[in-house]
Design a protein around this ligand. Structure first.
Ligand code: MG
Length: 236
């Protein structure tokens, strides 16, 4: 385990599924949606493949977020309805959408010990939230959960890739080896941060979005993995 106490000056935190619950609402809606379509004689594998393809296209074109997710469900519903012998139940789709949008997407459920841990760290380091997604939706979640009061600033970006990490380092004249990224996603939080020369702390989440999963790259001692958010105080 790395010990980077006093080595880093600024810490960046991912938000979805690191500070608060997010992906389970999507997984639940997926499950209900796939059930609705398969009950009408379609193969689940085919639907999942279709869903994944459309999701990638929508992300590229329109970005992340709950509104775009609902759009995907509507488009797929239309497609399968056109190919179905009997009409699909539109009321069920409306229920799935309603249930999904009723989840605390706007004012998220913050994970245990997050506030306490941020309070502990804020006197020692400069803290920032770095989240990808829809500008308005992500900012709203940060502000409504009042986590903006515990960090120095927050950034919402369309994609968290190498270029984005380097851009942030450059913009604030931060040295990579004095900067640490904390998050649940190997693809968006850990690997691009490590490739940019930063420290990275992985806090895996059981329901991480499959798009965000990939093997962790080699890291030369700049990486550690923790079981929970509150364990941050053992390495920072
Ligand atoms: Mg995340």
């Amino acid at each position: 385990m790395i010990n980077i106490k006093n080595r880093v000056k600024q810490i960046l935190f991912d938000a979805d599924d690191t500070l608060w619950e997010n992906n389970i609402y999507y997984l639940e809606a997926n499950r209900d949606f796939f059930a609705l379509i398969t009950e009408n004689g379609f193969e689940k594998e085919e639907i999942v493949k279709d869903f994944d393809n459309l999701e990638m296209k929508v992300i590229r074109k329109r970005g992340y977020g709950s509104i775009n997710y609902v759009y995907i469900l509507e488009e797929l519903f239309k497609k399968y309805n056109n190919h179905s012998k009997s009409k699909l139940d539109y009321g069920r789709l409306q229920e799935i959408k309603k249930r999904f949008l009723e989840h605390p997407l706007q004012k998220p459920l913050i994970f245990k010990d997050v506030v306490k841990t941020l309070n502990y760290l804020r006197g020692k380091y400069n803290l920032f939230i770095l989240t990808k997604g829809d500008q308005e939706e992500q900012s709203g979640k940060i502000v409504h959960s009042e986590l903006d009061k515990l960090v120095d600033d927050y950034f919402v970006v369309p994609e968290k890739n190498d270029r984005e990490y380097r851009r942030i380092l450059e913009k604030f004249s931060w040295k990579a080896h004095e900067t640490c990224m904390v998050g649940n996603s190997p693809k968006s939080d850990i690997n691009p941060a490590l490739r940019s020369g930063m420290y990275a702390i992985h806090i895996p989440y059981r329901d991480t979005w499959k798009v965000d999963i990939e093997p962790i790259i080699s890291h030369n001692g700049y990486f550690t993995i923790l079981k929970s958010f509150s364990e941050l105080i053992t390495v920072l």
